[in-house]
Design a protein around this ligand. Structure first.
Ligand code: FES
Ligand code: FES
Length: 82
């Protein structure tokens, strides 16, 4: 994998965020955003793009911080093996 297509680990654990039902969020897939876990446009230097997520219900969502999850954009526990 080249640096351009490699996601950086922003944090080895999820970011718990209060989300609102019906609202769209753009999860940072590249790990370079300064506004984790969301995209701030820093992916421009990579081949990676953010993942859109629409919250089904209001409450806490656990967004993947390690960027290695198999269930983007949410944490699936993959960070435990890093
Ligand atoms: Fe990435 Fe948990 S933080 S899988
Ligand atoms: Fe990481 Fe946009 S800044 S996907």
């Amino acid at each position: 994998m080249t640096e351009k297509s490699e996601a950086r680990i922003a944090q080895k654990g999820p970011f718990a965020v209060e989300v609102e039902a019906g609202k769209a969020y753009f999860w940072c897939a590249c790990g370079r955003s300064a506004n984790q876990p969301f995209c701030d446009g820093s992916h421009e230097v990579t081949d990676l793009r953010p993942v859109r997520y629409v919250a089904e219900k209001t409450g806490k969502a656990f967004f993947c911080g390690c960027k290695q999850t198999g269930n983007k954009p949410l944490c699936d526990g993959t960070h435990n093996g890093l």
